[in-house]
Each structure stands twice: as C-alpha cells, then as structure tokens.
Design a protein around this ligand. Sequence first.
Ligand SMILES: Nc1ncnc2c1ncn2[C@@H]1O[C@H](COP(=O)(O)OP(=O)(O)OP(=O)(O)O)[C@@H](O)[C@H]1O
Length: 604
Amino acid sequence: MKPQVLVIGFVVLLAAVWGFLPPFTVTLLCYIGLYSLVAVGLVMLTGVGGMTSFGQAAFVGLGAYATAWICTAPEAAQWLSFVPKGLYPWVGLALGLAVTALIAWGLGAVTLRLSGHYLPLGTIAWGLSLYYMFGNLQALGGFTGISSLPPLEIFGLSLASPRMLGIVIWAVLLLAIWALHNLLDSREGRAIRALKTGRLMAESMGVDTAQQRIKLFVLAALLAAVSGWLYAHLQRFVNPTPFNLNIGIEYLFMAVVGGSGHLWGAVLGATLITLLKEQLQDWLPRLLGTSGNFEIVVFGLLMLLVLQRASGGLWPLLAGFAQRVLKLQPPPRALATAGAASLEQRPLPPAGEQILKADKVTKRFAGLVANNAVDMDVRAGEVHALIGPNGAGKSTFFNMISGVDDPTEGQVRLMGQVMQGKPSRAFAALGLGRTFQHVRLLGERSVLDNVALGAHRRGHKGWIASMLRADRAEEAAVLAEAMRQIERCGLAEVAHTPAASLPLGQQRIVEIARALAGQPALLLLDEPAAGLRHLEKQSLAKLLIQLRAEGLAILVVEHDMEFVMNLADRITVLEFGTVIAHGTPAEVQANPRVIAAYLGGDLA
Ligand SMILES: Nc1ncnc2c1ncn2[C@@H]1O[C@H](COP(=O)(O)OP(=O)(O)OP(=O)(O)O)[C@@H](O)[C@H]1O
C-alpha cells in the first residue's frame, strides 16, 4: 500500500463524518486546522530550513487584525465605498498578506543575518514588539480588541458556522500541505533542504542561500497570516492575547513535538497539543486546586521528553509503526528520465585556454600570511596539482579561488573575469565545480538528490512552478543529468541510498558527481583520494584522465603523492604560503627546495 492511500483515506473519512460531528468537535477541528497551518510553516522554516522562530503568533495577528480593521473601521469603509460589503474580508485577506509579506521581508532581512542563538532571540524580540503594537494601537481597539467581525462569504454563501468555515480551513490546510510537499520534491526543494546544514556547499552549487532563507521566512509568515485571517472570521472577534509570545512558543512545540522535518508532523503536533491543552486546562486546576496556565509547564516537560527520546518528533515514530503494521511502501522514486529533455549545455573552452588565473594572491589573517603572492593558472585539458605540507596554505588558496573568501591583495580571474568580491555562486555560474576537504553532503538524502543539487544552476523553475507541479519536465531533465553523472562515476548501484550510509571514499566520489552535474569547465578537487582504497583510487584516476581528455580543467589539492605524480600535468608546491616550485612532476620531484620541504615525507 502506498502512503498516499492513508492521506486520501483520512481526507475521505473527515469529509464523510464532517456533517455528523458534534459542534464542539467541529470547533476543535477548526482550531486544529488553523494551528496546523501555522505549524506547517514552522516545519518548513525550522525543521527543514533550520531557522528557529518563536514569533510566528505575531504574523497570525497581522492576518487577523488586517481583516478585522478592514471589516470594522469607518475609515476603511470610506475608502472601500465602491466595494460590496461581502467582499470586505477578501480585501482584508489581501491587505493581511501584503502587510505580512512586507513586514516579514523587512524583519527577515535583519533577523536572518543573525546566526546561532541570536536568530531565535531576534524572533522573540519582534514577536513581543508586534504583540505590544496590537495592544497599544487605539485604531486596533487596544488590549480590548475589535469585535463584530462579519462572517466570510463565498459566492454569497455565508460561512458563519464553524461547520461551514471548517471546510474552508481544512481545504486550505490540505492545499498548503500539497503545495509544500511539491515544493520540497523539486529543484528548489533541494536548495531549501541544504539551508540547514549546507549553506556554503549550496552556494557553490549556484544557490542564492540568503534569498532562499528570506523566501522561506516570508512563506511561513504568509501561512500564519492566512491562519490569522480564518481565525478572525471564525471567532468574529480579535484581541492581542492569542498572538503573544506564549502562543508563539506553543506553535513551535507543535512543530517540534509532531516532527519538525515532516509536513504531516505539523498536523500531528497541532492535534496533540490542542487536545492536551484542552484536557489539561480542565484537569490541572481541579487537581491543583488553583487556576493558572499550568499546561505550559506540562508542555515544557513534554518538549524535553520528546527532544530527549525522539529528537525528530513523533511523526517518524508513527510513520515507522504504520509502515510495519500496514506494510506501507514509500513510492519508488519515479525516474521518468527516459525521453527527458536535456538541460542547457555549454561548450567547453578549447584545450590549452586559460580558465583560472591567480595573480599575486595574498591572504593575511591578522599577522599571519597564509598565502603570499601566489601565482598560478589552470588551463583547459590539464590536471594541475597543488601540493604542500600541512598548514602550507592550500585550503586558504582554495577558498580564494572558489569565492568563499577574498584575497587581501592580488586578483583571481575566472574565464577572464575579475572575481573580487563575488560570491561562490558567481564562480559556479561561470563554470567552476568543486568538492570539499571535509565532505559536505546532505546525509539523509539519496545520492541522486545530492547529485541533482549540483545541477541546480542549470534549471530555472521557481517556487510557484514547483508548488504547482509545473516543473516536471525540467525536474526530469535534472534527474536524468544527475543519473548520467552518477553512472559515469560508477555509483549507479547506490543512487537511491542515503549519502551518509556510504563509506567516506564513495562520498567523495558523490561530491565529484555533484560537481560534474553543474557542467563545469574547471573542477576543483580538495583531497579527492583521501579515504579511498587502492582500487577506488585507480578508478578515480581513470575518471579524471577521461575528464581531462574531454577538455576539463582540473585543479587537485592532494596529499597522496603517488596519485598526484601519476596524474598531474603540472604541479605547484606551496610552503608557508609561498610558491616554492612549479613544473612537471619530474621537475618538481627533482627540486631541492621541495625535497627539503618534504624531508621525511613520501615525495617519490
Ligand atoms: N580563518 C583563519 N584565521 C586565522 N588563521 C587561519 C585561518 N585559516 C587558516 N589559517 C592559518 O593559515 C595557515 C594555512 O592554513 P591552510 O588551512 O590554508 O593550510 P593547508 O595547506 O590547507 O593545510 P592542511 O593540508 O593541513 O589542510 C595555517 O597556519 C592556518 O592556521
């Protein structure tokens, strides 16, 4: 049985019983739907994107207050005199979304620059600010709030009762989950998944990570605002209390307890927390003999327990259980790659053309000169090796020529263009593909997914197209290209295996396949042979020789001298940040300065 069957079953069951449920249950389900909508945004933001926000309740407030103000303020009625009254809530929705997008964009631009625990602290700051703004603006009714909101109407049909509005709430929620599921299963989704742990890597694949983070932040805020809009028309009354920081923390509980990396975890978390809160608010005052928000204490303990026992939340446990009991099969990755169009190709530069030029590149860290006027170039159709003892400055130089860092002095030119101040993704766009000294893969994702991320810059479909599944032709082409590179690198057997379960040597090859998927003109390989067994090294050398013959320029940083000497056309040797030798392997091996630098080493 496919997991989708369960979802369809759930929706059908909900639809079938909806008309017969007691009013109290319907109202409870309405709230669960509304909370799920906010929590699903948090799953995207926090669970998938790695940005923790305590302030989502404030965005719910923006959505609720925008419609409350439009529907009740005399000034709004004056401006909207040409609009039929029944449409006011829809104007309120448009205003809420616009204001939320604007504020979220502004807040995101400032807050998302913060890293580590400063980011969640930042969200607490604006969560509080917006809450007090709602309470202190007289136009919004102060802490008393705004009452007498009209019900929603769709084509003249009133949605005054929770039973009617609940249908809209759940339809919106299911639509949102469908769209977000599609987004995650796309080129843009792969970029989003890289935000949490692989930003530097994603930039090197051509992803604008700052822009993706802001978009994710705005998306989560918009989902919260829609929830607020529906909430306002369900309650027909708004005041600041449901939008305070406590509730912001509760939304986070829902996402984390349910399973912050899973869209359905949001629904599970919202259901559990809402039901638990309901029960605890009844029982705790009776048990303790005094009233108060004791449920918050229980939530805190529950959160600790979940984080300790099931850090991924309860959804993966439930899904695992269902898989065993119901024998659910995750759908086989439909690789409709046969007949897929191919991605944009660009011709490789002719052999011998200068691809990369480092001109007197110097890098200083305070007093330490890590690179001292390093000159080198890499040409199409050659393997150039950069070697040197530990601490010689190879990684620093690698960072200079890949856009991770800028030289203090000197110049890097890629394809003839001066690259000073440009980010890694600009290097990728010009044709640079790279691997990392410490492997940077998305461990839980398959090899195919990881390699497909390498082709990111060759696709163009954006978020909306991905959400609406209008990206399938391009996605098939991206996956076909990824599969081609996987086969080329001899990884076909493990294409669907999670990258983290491969031995380190194979993970390095996955990184090469990922770099190749970007169709580079220049390949930078940082210690590609480290961790490889003898036979694996031989097949890597064979692959690199083939790539060189195809016209790629390859720069390798490597400690394995046998590997380097058998492969490289030219070698540059660094010591204490300075080039001490340059030439063919034979010339370098005969150089007295190199022999002295490697005295005791295995230069042979
Ligand atoms: N961000 C930094 N701040 C200060 N010093 C740094 C920084 N990065 C590197 N260094 C210093 O610069 C020098 C060169 O380091 P680098 O990592 O480039 O050498 P390497 O040749 O790559 O060494 P290895 O082979 O061990 O990786 C070292 O002395 C190192 O301590």
